[in-house]
Design a protein around this ligand. Structure first.
Ligand code: TPP
Ligand code: MG
Length: 388
């Protein structure tokens, strides 16, 4: 059977464009701004060739890392891997829009967001190998104010709002100095948008006017639940109910994602209160390496979204602007080097001492944890040579 014909925006496999969608790059890589993109065009014009090439490089490199990490999980090196495959433009655009003094609260698949801010990708690998509870220290200057991954859906929106309230109360935003004022960006998914935590976070953000951007990556799926089940109304409209400007953006367009987030962060930082962004994207891979998406979605849908691949789109655009083949070769070489480096360093990680996993559960010693630690130590010892 031949796949059904589909138009650019009305395929049943790809939701129709949201009202007011901001997009500048069409799926075919041509520069074709939507009417809602008009207010952002001057800002976009300020991007140099080097800036645009950096956005592409970020996306291409993290995809190679993501594929490598998926392979490492398949080879038994990691317990789990949540791929970022397909969501690179939403993540790169939004993270590159932040200023150094801003604070980022990821969910669990924002691999390129953390890398852009300075987190060593091996720290995510260590987390997914079960070697650490947290992964990295958000307050270590090399980690660029990047808070740790949060697997409890939506909880990070409360952390971000609390942090934003602190910024307000400490006078660290809204002073009128964009070099000094700080903002917060928090990442969450379409499934997480149904969590009470997200709504509580929005209530407090709105009433305290936190300098905060709620960045929703609508990747169309919450494991096997399609986004239509989360809400009969488009998710970006929810922010308006809390009195926040809410902007739908094509999350597979890295330039639009950058411009919309840059603007929202600048406004929030300046004291205008929180903003919501819904980035329309697609999870091109499995939810995690424990998931089999063929059980709940069609290959026709995956193929329709593959034609909107954010990296291919940007590459076509850059080629049209005259980017050299030497540039693309250099990116490919860097991507391969980063992926190789992660493999080498993963192989050097080794296992976990039996003590470590129990040491930081509570700040003080705890009898239940002591009992679990003793049991686990005995269990591990039962595998040793000579154990009966
Ligand atoms: C509070 C809570 N409930 C359920 C889960 C199990 N769970 C993990 S990921 C997930 C789906 C999340 O979907 P979405 O928010 O759209 O993010 P995505 O994985 O698509 O990036 C669920 C239900 C969880 N981690 N936390
Ligand atoms: Mg989702």
């Amino acid at each position: 059977m031949t796949p059904p014909e589909e138009s650019e925006t009305t395929s049943p496999l790809v939701p129709p464009d949201a009202d007011g969608l901001v997009r500048v790059l069409s799926a075919d890589g041509s520069f074709d701004p939507t009417p809602a993109a008009e207010p952002y065009l001057d800002l976009i014009a300020s991007l140099t060739d080097a800036d645009l090439e950096e956005l592409y490089r970020d996306m291409a490199v993290i995809r190679a890392f993501d594929v490598q990490a998926t392979n490492l999980q398949r080879q038994g090196q990691l317990a789990l891997w949540p791929p970022s495959f397909g969501q690179e433009a939403a993540q790169v655009g939004s993270a590159r829009a932040a200023r150094p003094q801003d604070h980022l609260f990821p969910s669990y698949r924002e691999h390129v967001v953390t890398r852009i801010r300075g987190v060593d990708p091996i720290d995510i690998i260590r987390l997914m190998r079960g070697l650490t509870h947290g992964g990295w220290n958000p307050f270590d200057p090399k980690n660029g104010n990047t808070h740790i991954y949060t697997l409890v859906l939506g909880a990070q929106t409360l952390h971000a709002t609390g942090f934003g309230m602190g910024l307000v109360l400490d006078g660290r935003c809204g002073t009128g100095d964009p070099e000094r004022d700080e903002a917060v960006i928090v990442y969450y998914g379409d499934g997480a948008s149904s969590q009470g935590d997200v709504h509580e976070a929005m209530v407090f953000a709105a009433s305290y006017r936190t300098p905060e951007v709620f960045f929703l990556q609508n990747n169309q799926w919450a494991i096997s639940v399609p986004v239509a089940t989360q809400s009969p109304a488009p998710l970006y409209r929810r922010g308006a109910g809390y009195g926040m400007p809410s902007i739908p953006v094509d999350g597979n367009d890295v330039i639009a994602s950058w411009a919309v987030t840059r603007t929202a962060l600048e406004e929030a930082r300046a004291g205008a209160g929180p903003r919501a962004i819904e980035a329309m994207t697609y999870r091109m891979g499995a939810h995690t390496t424990s998931d089999d998406p063929t059980k709940y979605r069609t290959s026709a849908e995956e193929e329709a979204w593959a034609r909107r691949d954010p990296i291919v789109r940007m590459r076509t655009y850059l080629e049209g602007r005259g980017a050299s083949s030497a540039f693309f070769a250099d990116v490919d070489a860097e991507a391969a080097a980063v992926a190789d480096d992660v493999r080498v360093r993963t192989n050097e990680l080794g296992g976990l001492g039996t003590d470590v996993m129990f040491d930081h559960v509570y700040s003080e010693q705890h009898p239940l944890i002591d009992a679990q630690k003793a049991w686990f130590t005995g269990y591990e010892a039962s595998f040793e040579e000579g154990a009966s």
